[in-house]
Design a protein around this ligand. Structure first.
Ligand SMILES: CC(C)(COP(=O)(O)OP(=O)(O)OC[C@H]1O[C@@H](n2cnc3c(N)ncnc32)[C@H](O)[C@@H]1OP(=O)(O)O)[C@@H](O)C(=O)NCCC(=O)NCCS
Length: 196
């Protein structure tokens, strides 16, 4: 292995570790076994970093979807699924400890948005019980998330939803055909739809 490749693939000598520099600002690093990455036809990854450390994790990018930003799965059995015809530009997706993030079809998720099933750092009460467990995230079809929004663990968003810029959703349930905004996000309009 030449020197620059050793820099990119420092874990190469270890078994079952794989990494590839697929171009400028595109990097995939997978450490572990039985991890799967599916990019459907017409799916584009651009300026995207994917880091998977663990086993049996799965990333699915649907037909004609464009994904840029950062994807991280740590631990085992995590799953991130992005539907068809969805655009995500400069978005962070983080799933740890066997959780999933499901994003539907025809969504538009704008730059600076962070979607995470985990706080990344556990918090314990005095009895030693974890008070901030990880939780799954579901985002329906035709959801527009405006820039710089935080979608935290346990959030469920229906179909045909708009989330205002710089909103914070924490264990939130946002029904279909609503506009939610603010920190924490509240429903500010009902019976709406939007077009890209
Ligand atoms: C969500 C959004 C589209 C709503 O626009 P709108 O339909 O014209 O809504 P309004 O301005 O009438 O706001 C409705 C209510 O939500 C509140 N609101 C809207 N966006 C908000 C936000 N990001 N955070 C907090 N409150 C917000 C308004 O203050 C208003 O509250 P009120 O009814 O108490 O007065 C717009 O506010 C927004 O966030 N646009 C993102 C623009 C952008 O960055 N585009 C880049 C392309 S992705």
């Amino acid at each position: 292995m030449n020197k620059s490749l050793t820099k990119i693939l420092p874990w190469m000598p270890e078994k079952n570790h794989w990494s590839e520099q697929v171009g400028i600002n595109k990097r995939i690093q997978i450490k572990g076994t039985s991890n799967q990455l599916f990019i459907s036809s017409g799916g584009i990854i651009k300026n995207l970093q994917i880091i998977i450390h663990g086993h049996n994790n799965k990333l699915v990018i649907g037909k004609n979807s464009l994904v840029s930003g950062f994807i991280e799965m740590f631990g085992n059995d995590n799953e991130i699924t992005i539907g068809q015809n969805t655009g995500m530009l400069g978005v962070g997706l983080t799933a740890h400890e066997g959780k999933y993030i499901k994003i539907g079809d025809k969504c538009l998720i704008a730059r600076g948005t962070d979607i995470r099933t985990t706080d990344s750092h556990p918090i314990w009460d005095q009895e030693g019980k974890r008070i901030n467990p990880d939780a799954n995230i579901e985002i329906g079809d035709r959801v527009w998330i405006a820039p710089d929004t935080k979608i935290l663990k346990g959030t469920i968003i229906g179909n045909d939803v708009v989330i205002g810029t710089r909103s914070l959703l924490n264990k939130s349930t946002i029904p279909s055909n609503t506009l939610a905004a603010g920190s924490p996000a509240k429903i500010v309009r009902e019976n709406i739809t939007w077009s890209p």
